[in-house]
Design a protein around this ligand. Structure first.
Ligand SMILES: [Fe+2]
Length: 285
């Protein structure tokens, strides 16, 4: 087991992006409570970026959100990479390692996340790979519900598939509320019913992000825009149902001024106080 302390339930975080290094390094205390980074982009990095990482990880708790593990894929797991991840998690006292419930095309390093077929066979396949990953990194991992635009093959619903994987792998969940919203519109299911069916005790942390309205019935998960009102509402619903959880604002490109990201984190805090007031107080002790 890792020795890193869990994040406070009301912690809010930002992605550690190279484009944001300047403002993140000179951030005021309390702008954010933790940072999330993709290990693929930071393991073994030296020079001025390595220096920035050492400085930021000494000052702020980190979580890792992987890009390339391809848990749904058929290529062998990259165990050499996972050994390096374990070292990185230990070295930086990383609070959580999460990955996607999807797979990468071809050799698994194109960062192109594809949907897993929702079948019994895929449940066993993915769960075995998650268990193996947890064995190698020496801790539980969290897997994220992803946004999808087509389903290759579906014997069961997304919620049944997700829950079957979580139970069989005995892992945690990274709940992306924007992905729930986007999938609920695109695949015409009820977002509230999806939330209600999730095992809340497994939720390690939450992602919230902006998306693009391609059409009334087609939303694209872009991480390139401010969070929309409907997603703030779904976040509030998640807090009411499950209580406070650490929450990460995802923004991958089209970066606004840093102050606007901090203002969005303040909105996360306000949603948390409104919808999980008791837990917000408890988290502050
Ligand atoms: Fe996400």
């Amino acid at each position: 087991m890792d020795g890193a302390r869990p994040l406070n339930a009301d912690a809010v975080g930002l992605g550690l992006r190279r484009a944001l290094l300047g403002p993140l390094r000179s951030a005021a205390a309390g702008d954010f409570d933790f940072l999330e980074l993709a290990p693929e982009n930071w393991i073994g990095v030296g020079g001025r970026y390595g220096e920035a990482l050492r400085e930021l990880s000494a000052r702020h708790p980190l979580v890792c959100h992987g890009l390339s593990l391809s848990l749904g894929g058929t290529a062998p797991l990259d165990e050499t990479f996972l050994i390096r991840v374990r070292r990185f998690l230990d070295q930086h006292q990383v609070r959580c390692y999460s990955e996607h419930l999807s797979y990468c095309s071809d050799d698994g390093h194109l960062y192109d996340l594809l949907p897993i077929p929702f079948t019994e066979e895929a449940v066993h396949h993915v769960a075995a790979r998650i268990r193996r990953t947890q064995d190698i990194v020496g801790r539980r991992i969290a897997i994220e519900n992803t946004s999808t635009y087509a389903h290759p093959h579906q014997e069961m619903s997304e919620i049944d598939f997700t829950n079957a994987v979580l139970a069989e792998a005995d892992c945690d969940l990274l709940l992306d509320v924007n992905n729930v919203y986007v999938n609920a519109i695109n695949h015409r299911y009820d977002a509230s019913a999806f939330l209600a069916a999730l095992p809340g005790e497994r939720i390690a942390y939450i992602h919230v992000a902006g998306h693009y309205d391609e059409a009334e019935d087609l939303k694209i998960d872009t991480h390139g825009a401010p969070v929309k009102d409907a997603v703030w509402a779904l976040l509030g619903e998640a807090y009411r149902r499950f209580g406070a959880r650490p929450t990460l604002l995802e923004r991958d490109f089209n970066f606004p001024p840093y102050a606007e990201l901090v203002a969005e984190l303040d909105t996360v805090r306000a949603v948390l106080r409104e919808h999980a007031p008791t837990q917000a107080r408890q988290a502050h002790g």
